[in-house]
Ligand binder design. Structure first.
Ligand code: F42
Length: 149
């Protein structure tokens, strides 16, 4: 479903700036993670406490039109805040992968399905494997499916 309301940019400058540049260029610029050359997507969620519009850049892990959203945060000991937004409302999701954003919904993955998507995620962005080594926390993975738009 579309997520309207007050946009609260990320407090992380480099993320905020990447999102702004990506959106301003319709995904033509700022579409990779720094100099890795590996593609990113922009995911919009609704703040589960503030109700504000929140945006996050994530590595692009796509398969048959679905996307994995990997809550890695570099292997930090706690989940990223956007994880809690998705848990609170898995239908309040917009994904931008290129010029046109689209509505999506997410499901948190477990078991074999998670293992299959984890393999795709590590293939797309190998450092995810190191991040999981680095933390006791099991890095959550959501699969996002387009719902409209
Ligand atoms: N992060 C990943 O986890 N995985 C990736 O694959 C990934 C790739 C990536 C590529 C490019 C890039 O620029 C950044 C990338 N990141 C990746 C970093 C990612 O964009 C996020 O910065 C990171 O995952 C941390 O997410 P976060 O949601 O924890 O961000 C914090 C810094 C944040 O935004 N905090 C806000 C704040 O004001 O402190 C709160 C945001 C929020 O949603 N607040 C909720 C609300 O209600 O408004 C409250 C939520 C609550 O429960 O407290």
């Amino acid at each position: 479903m579309p997520i309207d309301g007050e946009y609260e940019p990320s407090p992380r400058g480099w993320v905020r700036d990447q999102i702004a540049e990506y959106e301003a260029s319709g995904g033509a610029r700022a579409n990779t993670l720094r100099d890795t050359g590996l593609p990113v997507i922009i995911v919009t969620t609704r703040g589960n406490k503030s109700g504000k519009v929140r945006k996050t850049a994530l590595m692009r892990v796509e398969h048959d039109g679905q996307y994995a959203l990997v809550a890695s945060v570099g292997g930090a000991p706690t989940h990223p805040v956007w994880y809690h937004n998705l848990v609170a409302d898995p239908t309040a999701v917009v994904i931008q992968d290129g010029p046109v954003p689209f509505d999506a919904s997410v499901r948190q993955l477990t078991g074999d399905e998670k293992a299959a998507w984890w393999e795709r995620a590590v293939a797309a962005y190998p450092p995810y494997a190191e991040y999981q080594e680095r933390t006791e926390r099991e890095i959550p993975v959501f699969v996002a499916s387009r719902t409209s738009g």
